[in-house]
Design a protein around this ligand. Structure first.
Ligand code: HEC
Ligand code: HEC
Length: 175
C-alpha cells in the first residue's frame, strides 16, 4: 500500500483524533515506515493497582477490545474472584483498556493478535491463535512447573513482558 502526501496528511489528522483502527490493517505506519513489533502502552497507576495485584500486568494490546469488554462485564466473577470494582474505577479501566487494546495499537504483534482472533472473543491470551502458535514448542508440562504454574504467568518466562517486550533475548524459562 502506498500513500501520497495528501493521504498522509489526512492520516495524521485521523491519528490526532485517535482513530488508529484505520491503520491496523497494514504493517506500516501509513507513511511506509515499518511498525515496531511491540510497544509499551501508557502506564496507568489505576490499572496497575487494580489489575496486577493477583497476576502479571497484561499489556492492553494483548487482547482485542471486545475481549476486554467481556472480561470487564464479568468482573463480578473474574476467574472465580469478585473484583468488587466501584463504578468510577470500572469506567476508567474500561476506557484505558479500550484505548490501548490490540485493535487500537500500531505495532506488529498487536496487529497479529487482532487479525488472528477475528470472529472470536478470547478471554485468555493463550487462546489468541497467533499467541498459541508462538508457544507451540513450549510443552504443556513446562507451563505446569511449580516455578511457572500456568500459561497465564507470562512474567515467569518473559523477563520484560510487563513492558510489552516479549523478544527472544529476554526469555528465560525457569527450571
Ligand atoms: C483478586 C485477584 C485478581 C484481580 C484483582 C484481578 N485478577 Fe485477573 N485473574 C485472576 C485469576 C485468578 C485469573 C486466572 C489466571 C490465573 O490463575 O492467573 C485471572 C486472569 C486474568 C486474565 C486472563 C489471563 C490469561 O491467561 O490470558 C486477564 C486478561 C485478567 N485476569 C485481567 C484482569 C483485569 C483487567 C483486572 C483488573 C480489572 C484483573 N484481572 C484483576 C485474578 C485477579
Ligand atoms: C514457559 C515460558 C513462557 C510463558 C509462561 C509464556 N511464554 Fe511467551 N514465549 C515463550 C517462548 C519460549 C516463546 C518463543 C520464542 C521464540 O521462539 O522466538 C514465546 C513467544 C512469545 C511471543 C512472540 C515473540 C516473538 O518474538 O514473536 C509473545 C508475544 C509472547 N510469547 C507472549 C506471551 C504472553 C502474553 C504470555 C502470557 C499470557 C506468555 N508469552 C507466556 C515462553 C513463554
Amino acid at each position: 500500500m502506498s500513500f501520497g502526501k495528501k493521504t498522509a496528511g489526512v492520516l495524521a489528522i485521523t491519528l490526532t483524533f485517535g482513530f488508529l483502527t484505520a491503520l491496523s490493517a497494514s504493517a506500516d505506519d501509513g507513511k511506509g515506515k515499518r511498525l515496531p513489533s511491540f510497544t509499551s502502552a501508557p502506564s496507568s497507576a489505576l490499572y496497575k493497582q487494580e489489575c496486577s495485584s493477583c497476576h502479571f500486568l497484561y499489556q492492553p494490546w494483548l487482547l482485542p477490545e471486545r475481549s476486554w469488554q467481556a472480561i470487564m462485564d464479568e468482573s463480578g466473577k473474574h476467574f472465580g474472584e469478585n473484583l468488587g470494582l466501584d463504578a468510577e474505577t470500572d469506567k476508567e479501566i474500561r476506557a484505558y483498556l479500550k484505548a490501548n487494546s490490540s485493535d487500537k495499537t500500531a505495532a506488529r504483534w498487536a496487529q497479529k493478535i487482532t487479525s488472528s482472533s477475528e470472529g472470536m472473543t478470547p478471554k485468555k491470551i493463550m487462546d489468541v491463535p497467533w499467541i498459541k502458535k508462538e508457544h507451540r514448542e513450549v510443552g504443556a508440562g513446562v507451563f505446569k512447573r511449580p516455578s511457572i504454574g500456568s500459561p497465564s504467568n507470562c512474567g515467569a518466562c518473559h523477563q520484560k513482558g510487563a513492558e510489552g517486550n516479549f523478544e527472544e533475548d529476554f526469555i528465560k524459562i525457569p527450571k
